[in-house]
Ligand binder design. Structure first.
Ligand SMILES: C[C@H](NC(=O)[C@@H](N)CCCCN)C(=O)O
Length: 447
């Protein structure tokens, strides 16, 4: 924390603030890229290294197990080391994790790499949020968060697009992971540049003081309202549906729908691309008209049939998609429509859900409420990929047995039904005397 003289200094210039946002967001870009770099090589891991679908599931779950452990201490470490050191250290852990994942053909080694990634990536996200709060508090904070998330999602998009712009690397499982290691280098460089900028700012500008509010506290758990728990429950089932679906999507499009890797990657990228464009727009819209609980219920309702449509509906005519400098794809219309709608839901629900917590929970407990929500999110997100892997193996899913993917699709649908139930309960609660104004507070009528 800072002494009184620090507070007497002038605020940082807008240019300085936006440069900090740029570097912190580039660190997040690398973080999201490394996480998503594994999904375009699922088929290669199965063919060249003989991995089962359940082993692929473990590579996803290892990240969450590490995240669960580190989230307990993440806020404390950031407070103790300061954000400059913390972001650089977490980016270095991500780089090391990418290196270990790419290094050896051994499954346990790869598992260790993904575990290390969870140790670095999730606290890096928390630390980045703390930096934005410090530099943008009282300024364009929500907008800065939106830009930060969009640049991070560009990392997911780039990983999907690498099947096009880096297609020669996909002759083997290892080269795309070396590329991810190089991208992790961008993260570390951006973290160091942020460190230099903030160090230069100290003594020249007065920065906001961020309270120690990211701590995960289990005491007082019972005092959160029913609405908070419905939002947390929706968060758990929503991310436990969408993130695992994304993990297996490229392989699924290849095996079950006969797409080549480039087309499957481009199709999968529509989900984060839609989110980059639509998340800030939904955020602005909902701030104007309120109706947050209704929007979450509507998003959950739209999500419900999507996995059954890809499974049972006719593929429809083939349509072409072309992305300049990246590549082009010819994909069935039904898949294109489903992924686009999924992308819209992936924009709508997060854009409304995360900010809603601020209306439900007392400001002094907000950091703790978000930390608890992220903690619960990791638990659901850890279990589902393992179950999908188990189901795909048990029902011998593959190009010769497309029906083997159907139980997994029913699992996603079951999770989506739970999401609809929780969002309906939230909406009902918010209509009654225990509501918090989720559907009524707008940017015009809020104090
Ligand atoms: C805002 C939200 N972020 C998260 O859920 C993070 N805990 C994990 C993101 C990991 C992405 N590889 C989001 O991205 O919607």
């Amino acid at each position: 924390m800072h002494d009184a003289s620090w507070r007497d200094l002038p605020p940082p210039t807008p240019f300085y603030r936006w440069m900090v946002l740029l570097f912190v967001s580039l660190a997040m870009f690398g973080n999201y890229y490394i996480y998503d770099s594994l999904w375009p090589i699922v088929d290669l891991l199965r063919e060249q290294r003989g991995f089962s679908y359940q082993q692929i599931g473990w590579l996803s779950t290892a990240y969450n197990v590490a995240a669960l452990l580190v989230l307990l201490a993440g806020g404390y470490l950031i407070d103790r080391w300061g954000t400059k050191r913390a972001i650089t250290l977490f980016a270095l852990i991500c780089l090391f994790a990418a290196l270990v994942t790419a290094w050896s053909p051994n499954f346990e080694m790869m598992l260790a790499g993904r575990f290390l990634l969870g140790l670095g990536a999730e606290p890096l996200i928390v630390a980045a949020t703390t930096v934005l709060a410090k530099w943008f508090k009282g300024k364009e904070l929500s907008f800065a968060f939106g830009i930060n998330l969009s640049i991070a999602r560009l990392g997911s998009t780039a990983a999907d697009w690498s099947t096009g712009f880096a297609s020669p690397l996909y002759a083997n499982w290892q080269d795309p992971l070396w590329l991810a290691t190089a991208v992790a280098g961008i993260s570390v460089s951006a973290a160091i540049l942020y460190w230099i900028l903030e160090r230069r700012a100290e003594g020249r500008y007065g920065l906001g003081v961020v309270e120690n509010n990211e701590k995960l506290e289990f005491k007082g758990l019972y005092s959160f309202s029913a609405s908070y728990w419905y939002v947390v429950a929706l968060c758990v089932v929503f991310y436990a549906t969408v993130f695992p679906f994304r993990s297996f999507a490229i392989d699924y499009f290849q095996q079950a729908h006969g797409l080549d890797r480039e087309a499957a990657g481009i199709l999968s990228s529509i989900l984060p691309v839609a989110a980059i464009i639509a998340t800030p727009l939904f955020g602005l819209w909902v701030d104007r008209i309120g109706k947050r609980a209704l929007f979450m219920a509507a998003g959950s309702l739209v999500l419900l049939p999507l996995f059954l449509i890809v499974t049972y509906a006719p593929a429809g005519p083939l349509v072409g998609i072309s992305i300049p400098f990246i590549g082009s794809a010819v994909v069935p219309l039904t898949l294109l429509l489903v992924i686009t709608v999924l992308g819209i839901v992936f924009s709508l629900i997060p854009a409304v859900m995360w900010p809603s917590v601020a209306y439900i929970v007392d400001g002094r407990r907000l950091g703790s409420a978000y930390a608890l929500m992220t903690f619960c999110q990791q638990i659901g997100w850890a279990i589902v990929p393992l179950t999908i892997g188990f189901l795909n193996d048990k029902f011998m899913a593959g190009p010769d047995n497309i029906g083997g993917y159907t139980p997994g699709m029913w699992l996603y649908t079951g999770m989506a039904s739970l999401g609809l139930y929780f969002s309906y309960k939230l909406w009902r609660t918010e209509q009654g005397p225990h509501g918090h104004g989720l559907d009524t507070i707008t940017s015009k009528n809020s104090a």
